[in-house]
Design a protein around this ligand. Sequence first.
Ligand SMILES: [Zn+2]
Length: 144
Amino acid sequence: MSKQIPYWQQRQQLKLQGKKPEGVKKTERREKAQFFADQLVNAPKYCENCKKPLAGTMAINPAAVVAHIIPKNPTSGCPSVAVHPDNRWFACGDCHTDYDNRGAEYVKAMPIFAELKRRVSLFYDKIAQAERRRVPQYFRPRGK
Ligand SMILES: [Zn+2]
């Protein structure tokens, strides 16, 4: 039988491994599912960037029309605002893919760019201090 280790040591080991307890992961999954469901209630009919209908993307995967402005990835994004209601825009599949993959110069030239920057300014102060360096410079409010 394995010896039970103290709680603080368990916590430390979890931290060192970068793992979250199952209960925390479950809560986060539930919050993310709720976030997508809440956003879809108010989804427009057209892509906010290219104005094409969202119906095609919706038919394949409804959640795909909800694009995070600041990524939620735990190591390269800002999980502290993963479910913030302003950290999203509505995208067709093509614009969503381009936004996530084509890089800074492409994003800055997108028709929706100024609106995305405005939205980031609404929740920037909610981003955890340790994650703010991951926010692209072009999205940071003046002086931050
Ligand atoms: Zn589009």
